[in-house]
Write a new protein. Structure first.
Length: 364
């Protein structure tokens, strides 16, 4: 009888063990699935950050904040080489420490990590120690993980995670952090072209307008506040003739006068740039074509009513020479989220392929 009871108890224990193992496996699978969903959500947040109409600095800062908030990291710092020196691009560490944080590539403790592309984990053993790269601070960070960043096998900076406790990252899943490192690199690669565009915007000398690159950076932020906008490109079709028959300085003055009269009648909420050579672009943000037709007609009349005296050139007595600009205009609708450069390219092709004497208002 006793033996039977013991056997029943053994069977029950075995069944409970199997059941517990099954539950543990299900919990593990659930946690893994939950982590995968979390990582996908974070990746989606990263992609959303890239697509936003924000500056490069704002995008990198937002990506860093996503890491801090979603992974509950105490301190996160992204440092990138800008062509002359290493600079902190994003960090939630007090700015007084940024000089030290931007020089970690020179620290002996991280040199092997940079050479091998293997993350480096360092921590203190007691409260009286400090991390090797800390020069003037003790309490802020007690552990750190250093991730070198590469684009096409070229070292371009690093990502530093810091914790306020010793051994804080002992059990952290480095696989997830490697994914995050790759996402940081992806953002840096994606915004690189945007950074180039933002840095090459200039003020044109004669028109005093921003150059075309402005449309794809700061200008795009304003344009994409609205679902649709009207894009107007116009070309001074006789500028070459004025340059050749009168003088180049007269042609420059024509550009100055034309842009001046348009700007004086144009609201500050609209974007006006010198696109290329004799071509200019006005973007009426959030305005339908029909609402700007009368303005554009009046603009054409005002421009072509200009009479500009020759500059830096003399003609024979009695010869009446006056520069009178003529413009050809094309209008299109731009829809938020589509390719603005595609709209502009089609407009440019139209104006360049039009009859050289065409001077009217057309729509695409």
């Amino acid at each position: 009888m006793i033996i039977a009871v013991i056997l029943i108890l053994i069977v029950i224990i075995i069944l409970l063990m199997v059941y517990n193992m099954s539950i543990h496996k299900k919990i593990t699978n659930f946690n893994n699935l939950n982590q995968k969903v979390t990582n996908l959500n974070i990746l989606q947040d990263f992609m959303d950050t890239i697509s936003q109409n924000a500056s490069v600095e704002e995008k990198i800062e937002q990506a860093n904040n996503i890491i801090i908030e979603r992974y509950q990291i105490k301190y996160s710092t992204i440092v990138v080489y800008d062509g002359t020196k290493y600079v902190v691009r994003a960090s939630n560490v007090d700015q007084k420490h940024w000089d030290a944080l931007s020089e970690l590539q020179s620290e002996e403790v991280f040199k092997e990590s940079i050479e091998t592309s293997i993350p480096k984990y360092i921590t203190v053993e007691n409260e009286n120690e400090r991390l090797p790269y800390q020069k003037m601070e003790f309490a802020r960070a007690k552990s750190a993980m250093f991730f070198p960043l590469y684009i096409d096998n070229v070292f371009i900076g690093y990502w530093l995670l810091e914790g306020s406790n010793a051994h804080e990252f002992d059990s952290i899943d480095t696989t997830i952090l490697e994914v995050m490192r790759n996402n940081i690199v992806a953002i840096l690669k994606t915004v690189a072209n945007q950074k180039i565009i933002e840095s090459i915007v200039r003020d044109d000398k004669y028109s005093t307008l921003k150059t075309a690159e402005y449309l794809y950076g700061e200008g795009r932020k304003t344009i994409d506040l609205y679902t649709t906008s009207t894009v107007c490109m116009f070309k001074i079709i006789n500028i070459e003739e004025i340059n050749e028959d009168i003088s180049r300085k007269t042609g420059d003055t024509v550009i100055t006068k034309v842009c001046g009269i348009i700007k004086s009648n144009l609201s500050n909420q609209y974007i006006f740039v010198r696109y290329m050579g004799p071509k200019f672009v006005i973007v009426f943000s959030g305005i339908e074509r029909s609402a700007v037709s009368s303005f554009i007609k009046q603009m054409k009349d005002d421009v072509e009513a200009l009479e500009i005296e020759p500059v830096d050139v003399e003609f024979e007595d009695g010869e009446d020479v006056i520069a009178k600009p003529k413009i050809n205009i094309i209008i299109s609708t731009y829809y938020k989220g589509t390719a603005l450069e595609g709209v502009l390219k089609k407009q440019e092709e139209y104006l360049d392929n039009a009859d050289k004497n065409e001077s009217r208002i057309s729509e695409l």
